[in-house]
Design a protein around this ligand. Sequence first.
Ligand code: ACO
Length: 322
Amino acid sequence: MIYSKIAGTGRYLPERIMTNADLEKIVDTSDEWIRTRTGVERRHVATEDQLTSDLCVEAAKNAIEDAGITAEDIDLIVVGTTSPDLIFPNIATIIQEKLGIHGCPAFSIEAACTGFIYALTTTDKFIRAGETKCALVIGAEIITKLIDWTDRTTCVLFGDGAGAVIVKPADEPGIISTHLGADGKYKELLYYPVGVSKDLYKAGVGDSRIIMSGNEVFKVAVKTLGNVATIALEANGIDKDDLDWLIPHQANLRIIQATAKRLGLPMEKVIVTVQDHGNTSAASVPMALDVAVRDGRIKRGQLILMEAFGGGFTWGSVLMRF
Ligand code: ACO
């Protein structure tokens, strides 16, 4: 039996940091409101000429170094993102070229904030099928370029970044289970109103914005993230107390706290980065993983549950022994 295992992690955040105080100068908001409602204190924001693939390449280099491999070893690239450089070619091929790799399959997956979990789940199938020996999996966004900076209800929430992992085959898990889900009936609660086949050429630069019913998203997010975790634990006969770490999608500290409470998990076992990163959508889980691996909290052999929830709605989990 072939399993897959994360062999290395990496992340990259744009240099430019925007604090809540910076946002106070742009919209009618306050540091106090943003902290108490969301937990966000600062976020990284890409410059105009920075591309999502630029962030991905730096995160990938860090993961490659951490895994002790070279770029030439990579035989699959899967990227979860909602903010690719171009409509086509897909961003994974652009990253492939920038890393100097040629020939291996490279594709992207769009599942909003769940993009990385979808990408890692897909990669796990490739590895288990024996088709892949060394995969680069990335979750990345420059979501701030989709933001209306005059809309205080959304502009305070988001940030940019990229998280990457190297995944290799192993004799033992590694990835123990993956669970994905989606329900398109929730589309109206969270979406971006312009796309290739919808109004792309009618839209002027900057006249579109993320449409979000914050309260409703909040409620469904808490319920779903709790259910997703329970499904993963029950499917494997694992008690919540056996978990070393929960790495939830970093949308809002209150969503994370409510999810932990629903699960009966102490916050000491939850990795939280939303204060420093904001909501980085598909990048949030792999960046949080890398933060906790590099600061020494997450150690080899520990049991980790990663989970995410995003527009669609989409959701998913990966349970793994690191
Ligand atoms: N600064 C100051 N006041 C604000 C701001 C702001 N940035 N934004 C909204 N307000 C005001 C509102 O206008 C409202 O004023 P009113 O009472 O006079 O009408 C008041 O604050 C309360 O607004 P609510 O929307 O009820 O505030 P809430 O406590 O629900 O928090 C928030 C809003 C933070 C968006 C919350 O609903 C949330 O986090 N929802 C989840 C959405 C999310 O995470 N989306 C990200 C993408 S999805 C995902 O990643 C899962």
